[in-house]
Unconditional design. Structure first.
Lengths: 149, 149
DNA sequence: GAGTTTTTTTGGCATTACCCCAAATTAGTC
DNA sequence: GACTAATTTGGGGTAATGCCAAAAAAACTC
Protein backbone atom coordinates (compact mmCIF):
# COMPACT_ATOMS: atom_id res chain seq x y z
CA UNK A 1 0.00 0.00 0.00
CA UNK A 2 3.03 2.22 0.11
CA UNK A 3 6.20 2.26 -1.94
CA UNK A 4 7.30 -1.03 -0.40
CA UNK A 5 5.01 -2.66 -2.92
CA UNK A 6 6.92 -1.19 -5.84
CA UNK A 7 10.51 -2.00 -5.03
CA UNK A 8 11.40 -1.57 -8.69
CA UNK A 9 11.38 2.20 -8.81
CA UNK A 10 14.51 4.26 -8.42
CA UNK A 11 12.89 7.62 -7.81
CA UNK A 12 14.39 8.95 -11.01
CA UNK A 13 11.69 7.92 -13.44
CA UNK A 14 9.75 11.16 -13.60
CA UNK A 15 10.86 14.45 -15.10
CA UNK A 16 10.73 17.43 -12.73
CA UNK A 17 7.51 18.74 -14.11
CA UNK A 18 5.74 15.40 -14.12
CA UNK A 19 6.68 14.99 -10.48
CA UNK A 20 5.03 18.34 -9.79
CA UNK A 21 1.82 17.13 -11.34
CA UNK A 22 1.82 13.93 -9.32
CA UNK A 23 2.50 15.67 -6.04
CA UNK A 24 -0.21 18.19 -6.70
CA UNK A 25 -2.75 15.50 -7.50
CA UNK A 26 -1.89 13.64 -4.31
CA UNK A 27 -2.32 16.80 -2.31
CA UNK A 28 -5.71 17.60 -3.84
CA UNK A 29 -7.01 14.11 -3.09
CA UNK A 30 -9.65 12.35 -5.16
CA UNK A 31 -10.52 13.35 -8.69
CA UNK A 32 -8.80 16.48 -9.90
CA UNK A 33 -9.85 18.63 -12.85
CA UNK A 34 -7.56 19.89 -15.58
CA UNK A 35 -8.33 23.53 -14.85
CA UNK A 36 -7.43 23.20 -11.22
CA UNK A 37 -4.06 21.70 -12.04
CA UNK A 38 -3.43 24.31 -14.70
CA UNK A 39 -4.08 27.18 -12.37
CA UNK A 40 -1.92 25.71 -9.60
CA UNK A 41 0.99 24.99 -11.90
CA UNK A 42 0.45 28.10 -13.98
CA UNK A 43 0.37 26.42 -17.34
CA UNK A 44 -2.04 26.39 -20.23
CA UNK A 45 -4.81 23.77 -19.87
CA UNK A 46 -3.65 22.16 -23.10
CA UNK A 47 -0.26 21.58 -21.53
CA UNK A 48 -1.92 19.97 -18.55
CA UNK A 49 -4.03 17.68 -20.72
CA UNK A 50 -0.96 16.44 -22.51
CA UNK A 51 1.05 15.83 -19.40
CA UNK A 52 -1.83 14.05 -17.72
CA UNK A 53 -2.24 11.64 -20.58
CA UNK A 54 1.45 10.85 -20.50
CA UNK A 55 1.26 10.16 -16.78
CA UNK A 56 -1.81 8.02 -17.38
CA UNK A 57 -0.08 6.07 -20.13
CA UNK A 58 2.83 5.48 -17.76
CA UNK A 59 0.43 4.06 -15.21
CA UNK A 60 0.46 6.75 -12.54
CA UNK A 61 -3.01 8.13 -13.22
CA UNK A 62 -6.47 7.16 -14.33
CA UNK A 63 -7.65 9.75 -16.79
CA UNK A 64 -11.26 9.99 -17.82
CA UNK A 65 -11.33 12.50 -20.67
CA UNK A 66 -13.25 15.67 -19.89
CA UNK A 67 -13.77 14.47 -16.37
CA UNK A 68 -10.47 14.51 -14.52
CA UNK A 69 -7.75 12.31 -13.11
CA UNK A 70 -7.00 10.37 -9.99
CA UNK A 71 -3.98 8.44 -8.82
CA UNK A 72 -3.60 4.75 -9.49
CA UNK A 73 -2.30 2.67 -6.61
CA UNK A 74 1.16 2.94 -8.04
CA UNK A 75 0.71 6.67 -8.63
CA UNK A 76 -0.26 7.15 -5.02
CA UNK A 77 2.71 5.20 -3.73
CA UNK A 78 4.99 7.10 -6.04
CA UNK A 79 3.57 10.47 -5.13
CA UNK A 80 3.99 9.64 -1.47
CA UNK A 81 7.61 8.89 -2.11
CA UNK A 82 7.96 12.22 -3.89
CA UNK A 83 6.55 14.03 -0.89
CA UNK A 84 8.71 12.12 1.53
CA UNK A 85 11.78 12.86 -0.56
CA UNK A 86 11.01 16.53 -0.60
CA UNK A 87 10.50 16.62 3.14
CA UNK A 88 13.55 14.60 4.06
CA UNK A 89 15.80 16.70 1.87
CA UNK A 90 14.29 19.95 3.07
CA UNK A 91 14.72 18.91 6.66
CA UNK A 92 18.31 17.96 5.93
CA UNK A 93 19.10 21.35 4.47
CA UNK A 94 17.61 23.19 7.41
CA UNK A 95 20.29 21.53 9.51
CA UNK A 96 22.89 23.43 7.55
CA UNK A 97 21.90 27.02 7.98
CA UNK A 98 19.06 27.30 5.49
CA UNK A 99 15.69 28.58 6.60
CA UNK A 100 12.62 26.46 6.00
CA UNK A 101 11.69 28.53 2.98
CA UNK A 102 15.19 28.49 1.56
CA UNK A 103 15.53 24.76 2.04
CA UNK A 104 12.15 24.18 0.46
CA UNK A 105 12.95 26.29 -2.57
CA UNK A 106 16.41 24.88 -2.96
CA UNK A 107 15.28 21.28 -2.72
CA UNK A 108 12.45 21.87 -5.16
CA UNK A 109 15.00 22.62 -7.82
CA UNK A 110 16.94 19.38 -7.53
CA UNK A 111 14.92 16.76 -5.72
CA UNK A 112 13.89 14.97 -8.91
CA UNK A 113 17.49 13.89 -9.32
CA UNK A 114 17.95 12.28 -5.92
CA UNK A 115 17.43 8.53 -5.90
CA UNK A 116 15.11 6.62 -3.68
CA UNK A 117 18.12 4.72 -2.43
CA UNK A 118 19.84 7.87 -1.25
CA UNK A 119 16.65 9.14 0.34
CA UNK A 120 16.23 5.91 2.24
CA UNK A 121 19.79 6.02 3.48
CA UNK A 122 19.46 9.61 4.61
CA UNK A 123 16.16 8.79 6.23
CA UNK A 124 17.69 5.91 8.14
CA UNK A 125 20.61 7.99 9.17
CA UNK A 126 18.34 10.73 10.51
CA UNK A 127 16.37 8.17 12.51
CA UNK A 128 13.19 8.37 10.42
CA UNK A 129 12.13 11.82 11.58
CA UNK A 130 8.38 12.27 11.94
CA UNK A 131 8.47 16.03 11.74
CA UNK A 132 9.29 17.70 8.45
CA UNK A 133 9.66 21.35 7.79
CA UNK A 134 7.70 21.66 4.62
CA UNK A 135 4.25 20.43 3.88
CA UNK A 136 3.78 21.75 0.40
CA UNK A 137 6.11 21.07 -2.49
CA UNK A 138 7.42 22.83 -5.56
CA UNK A 139 5.01 25.71 -5.14
CA UNK A 140 5.22 28.28 -2.42
CA UNK A 141 3.68 27.77 1.02
CA UNK A 142 5.81 25.93 3.55
CA UNK A 143 4.51 24.96 6.96
CA UNK A 144 5.24 22.57 9.78
CA UNK A 145 3.50 19.25 9.64
CA UNK A 146 4.00 15.74 10.92
CA UNK A 147 4.89 13.05 8.43
CA UNK A 148 5.71 9.43 8.08
CA UNK A 149 9.04 7.87 7.30
CA UNK B 1 41.07 35.81 -8.00
CA UNK B 2 38.40 33.35 -6.84
CA UNK B 3 34.64 33.52 -6.98
CA UNK B 4 34.61 36.39 -4.49
CA UNK B 5 35.30 38.63 -7.45
CA UNK B 6 32.10 37.63 -9.19
CA UNK B 7 29.50 38.11 -6.51
CA UNK B 8 26.84 38.30 -9.19
CA UNK B 9 26.59 34.63 -9.97
CA UNK B 10 24.01 32.37 -8.42
CA UNK B 11 25.57 29.06 -9.34
CA UNK B 12 22.57 28.23 -11.49
CA UNK B 13 23.70 29.81 -14.73
CA UNK B 14 25.11 26.73 -16.43
CA UNK B 15 23.24 23.70 -17.68
CA UNK B 16 24.44 20.35 -16.27
CA UNK B 17 26.43 19.49 -19.32
CA UNK B 18 28.07 22.87 -19.65
CA UNK B 19 29.17 22.59 -16.06
CA UNK B 20 30.79 19.25 -16.91
CA UNK B 21 32.78 20.89 -19.68
CA UNK B 22 33.95 23.68 -17.42
CA UNK B 23 35.01 21.36 -14.63
CA UNK B 24 36.88 19.16 -17.03
CA UNK B 25 38.74 22.09 -18.52
CA UNK B 26 39.74 23.29 -15.07
CA UNK B 27 40.99 19.87 -14.20
CA UNK B 28 43.06 19.54 -17.36
CA UNK B 29 44.73 22.90 -16.78
CA UNK B 30 46.01 25.17 -19.54
CA UNK B 31 44.88 24.87 -23.12
CA UNK B 32 42.66 21.91 -23.84
CA UNK B 33 41.93 20.39 -27.21
CA UNK B 34 38.52 19.49 -28.56
CA UNK B 35 39.38 15.83 -29.00
CA UNK B 36 40.50 15.46 -25.43
CA UNK B 37 37.26 16.88 -24.12
CA UNK B 38 35.25 14.74 -26.49
CA UNK B 39 36.86 11.55 -25.38
CA UNK B 40 36.51 12.39 -21.68
CA UNK B 41 32.87 13.34 -22.00
CA UNK B 42 32.12 10.69 -24.59
CA UNK B 43 30.54 12.95 -27.13
CA UNK B 44 31.14 13.62 -30.78
CA UNK B 45 33.79 16.28 -31.41
CA UNK B 46 31.24 18.38 -33.24
CA UNK B 47 29.15 18.47 -30.10
CA UNK B 48 32.16 19.63 -28.15
CA UNK B 49 32.93 22.38 -30.62
CA UNK B 50 29.44 23.74 -30.36
CA UNK B 51 29.35 23.65 -26.60
CA UNK B 52 32.75 25.28 -26.34
CA UNK B 53 31.73 28.17 -28.52
CA UNK B 54 28.66 28.72 -26.41
CA UNK B 55 30.77 28.75 -23.27
CA UNK B 56 33.18 31.13 -24.97
CA UNK B 57 30.37 33.44 -26.02
CA UNK B 58 29.12 33.44 -22.45
CA UNK B 59 32.57 34.52 -21.28
CA UNK B 60 33.80 31.40 -19.53
CA UNK B 61 36.35 30.37 -22.12
CA UNK B 62 38.78 31.71 -24.66
CA UNK B 63 38.37 29.67 -27.78
CA UNK B 64 40.91 29.84 -30.57
CA UNK B 65 39.37 27.87 -33.42
CA UNK B 66 41.30 24.75 -34.35
CA UNK B 67 43.64 25.36 -31.43
CA UNK B 68 41.77 24.77 -28.21
CA UNK B 69 40.26 26.52 -25.22
CA UNK B 70 41.33 27.83 -21.88
CA UNK B 71 39.43 29.33 -19.00
CA UNK B 72 38.91 33.06 -18.70
CA UNK B 73 39.38 34.50 -15.24
CA UNK B 74 35.67 34.30 -14.72
CA UNK B 75 35.59 30.79 -16.12
CA UNK B 76 38.25 29.71 -13.69
CA UNK B 77 36.48 31.24 -10.72
CA UNK B 78 33.25 29.66 -11.83
CA UNK B 79 34.78 26.25 -12.39
CA UNK B 80 36.36 26.41 -8.96
CA UNK B 81 32.98 27.06 -7.52
CA UNK B 82 31.60 24.08 -9.41
CA UNK B 83 34.27 21.84 -7.94
CA UNK B 84 33.76 23.20 -4.47
CA UNK B 85 30.03 22.66 -4.76
CA UNK B 86 30.51 19.10 -5.83
CA UNK B 87 32.86 18.39 -2.95
CA UNK B 88 30.83 20.07 -0.26
CA UNK B 89 27.67 18.28 -1.31
CA UNK B 90 29.42 14.95 -1.66
CA UNK B 91 30.96 15.32 1.77
CA UNK B 92 27.56 16.21 3.17
CA UNK B 93 25.97 13.09 1.76
CA UNK B 94 28.67 10.83 3.14
CA UNK B 95 27.54 11.98 6.58
CA UNK B 96 24.21 10.31 5.95
CA UNK B 97 25.11 6.78 5.17
CA UNK B 98 26.23 7.06 1.57
CA UNK B 99 29.63 5.78 0.53
CA UNK B 100 32.05 8.10 -1.19
CA UNK B 101 31.17 6.64 -4.56
CA UNK B 102 27.45 6.76 -3.94
CA UNK B 103 27.60 10.34 -2.71
CA UNK B 104 29.71 11.34 -5.68
CA UNK B 105 27.35 9.75 -8.17
CA UNK B 106 24.26 11.04 -6.47
CA UNK B 107 25.53 14.60 -6.23
CA UNK B 108 26.66 14.57 -9.83
CA UNK B 109 23.08 14.18 -10.88
CA UNK B 110 21.70 17.21 -9.08
CA UNK B 111 24.51 19.58 -8.14
CA UNK B 112 23.81 21.95 -11.02
CA UNK B 113 20.59 22.91 -9.33
CA UNK B 114 22.03 23.87 -5.96
CA UNK B 115 22.64 27.58 -5.56
CA UNK B 116 25.87 29.19 -4.56
CA UNK B 117 24.04 30.69 -1.63
CA UNK B 118 23.02 27.30 -0.31
CA UNK B 119 26.52 25.94 -0.84
CA UNK B 120 28.00 28.81 1.08
CA UNK B 121 25.60 28.32 3.95
CA UNK B 122 26.30 24.61 4.10
CA UNK B 123 30.00 25.30 3.90
CA UNK B 124 29.81 27.73 6.80
CA UNK B 125 27.75 25.35 8.81
CA UNK B 126 30.26 22.55 8.27
CA UNK B 127 33.10 24.81 9.35
CA UNK B 128 34.72 25.12 5.94
CA UNK B 129 36.07 21.59 5.76
CA UNK B 130 39.42 21.22 4.07
CA UNK B 131 39.04 17.57 3.28
CA UNK B 132 36.60 16.51 0.61
CA UNK B 133 35.75 12.99 -0.40
CA UNK B 134 35.80 13.33 -4.12
CA UNK B 135 38.42 14.85 -6.33
CA UNK B 136 36.94 14.13 -9.68
CA UNK B 137 33.54 15.20 -10.83
CA UNK B 138 30.76 13.89 -13.02
CA UNK B 139 32.94 11.11 -14.40
CA UNK B 140 34.08 8.10 -12.49
CA UNK B 141 37.19 8.12 -10.33
CA UNK B 142 36.77 9.41 -6.81
CA UNK B 143 39.66 9.82 -4.44
CA UNK B 144 40.58 11.61 -1.28
CA UNK B 145 42.14 15.00 -1.64
CA UNK B 146 42.47 18.15 0.39
CA UNK B 147 40.60 21.19 -0.80
CA UNK B 148 39.90 24.80 -0.05
CA UNK B 149 36.69 26.30 1.25
C1' DG C 1 -34.39 20.59 -23.81
C1' DA C 2 -32.17 23.89 -26.95
C1' DG C 3 -28.94 27.42 -26.98
C1' DT C 4 -25.05 29.48 -24.77
C1' DT C 5 -21.00 29.26 -22.01
C1' DT C 6 -17.21 26.95 -19.99
C1' DT C 7 -13.99 23.27 -19.85
C1' DT C 8 -11.17 20.11 -22.05
C1' DT C 9 -8.84 18.21 -25.78
C1' DT C 10 -6.42 18.28 -30.47
C1' DG C 11 -3.24 19.80 -33.67
C1' DG C 12 0.27 22.73 -34.81
C1' DC C 13 4.32 25.00 -33.52
C1' DA C 14 8.30 26.95 -30.64
C1' DT C 15 12.30 26.71 -27.44
C1' DT C 16 16.17 24.77 -24.86
C1' DA C 17 19.41 21.33 -23.94
C1' DC C 18 21.45 17.59 -25.76
C1' DC C 19 23.34 14.70 -29.37
C1' DC C 20 25.07 12.57 -34.10
C1' DC C 21 26.57 12.40 -39.05
C1' DA C 22 28.68 13.94 -43.32
C1' DA C 23 31.18 17.36 -45.56
C1' DA C 24 34.34 21.14 -45.51
C1' DT C 25 38.23 23.37 -43.47
C1' DT C 26 42.61 23.98 -41.05
C1' DA C 27 46.81 22.45 -38.70
C1' DG C 28 50.73 19.76 -38.42
C1' DT C 29 54.11 16.72 -40.64
C1' DC C 30 57.28 14.60 -44.03
C1' DG D 1 53.56 21.19 -51.05
C1' DA D 2 50.72 17.19 -50.16
C1' DC D 3 48.88 14.03 -46.89
C1' DT D 4 46.72 13.00 -42.49
C1' DA D 5 44.51 14.04 -38.42
C1' DA D 6 41.88 17.33 -35.86
C1' DT D 7 38.30 20.65 -35.94
C1' DT D 8 34.41 23.06 -37.43
C1' DT D 9 30.01 23.68 -40.22
C1' DG D 10 25.65 22.55 -41.69
C1' DG D 11 21.89 19.73 -41.38
C1' DG D 12 19.18 16.89 -38.50
C1' DG D 13 17.04 14.43 -34.43
C1' DT D 14 14.94 13.65 -29.56
C1' DA D 15 12.93 14.79 -25.05
C1' DA D 16 10.91 18.03 -22.01
C1' DT D 17 8.30 21.91 -21.67
C1' DG D 18 5.22 25.42 -23.13
C1' DC D 19 1.64 28.34 -25.90
C1' DC D 20 -2.23 29.28 -29.25
C1' DA D 21 -6.32 28.44 -32.05
C1' DA D 22 -9.88 25.50 -33.22
C1' DA D 23 -12.81 21.52 -32.25
C1' DA D 24 -15.42 18.76 -29.03
C1' DA D 25 -17.72 17.72 -24.81
C1' DA D 26 -19.99 18.98 -20.64
C1' DA D 27 -22.58 22.36 -17.90
C1' DC D 28 -25.64 25.78 -17.20
C1' DT D 29 -29.70 28.63 -18.17
C1' DC D 30 -34.10 29.84 -19.26
Amino acid sequence: MNEQNYPEFTGLELSPRKADYLKLILEKKGTVKTTEISSCLQVDPSTTTKTLSELATAGYLNHVPYRGVDLTEMGKAYAEFLVRRHRILSLLFTHYGLSTEEACAEVSRFETFVSRDAVNKICNSMGHPMIGVCGEISHEKCFHEGHYH
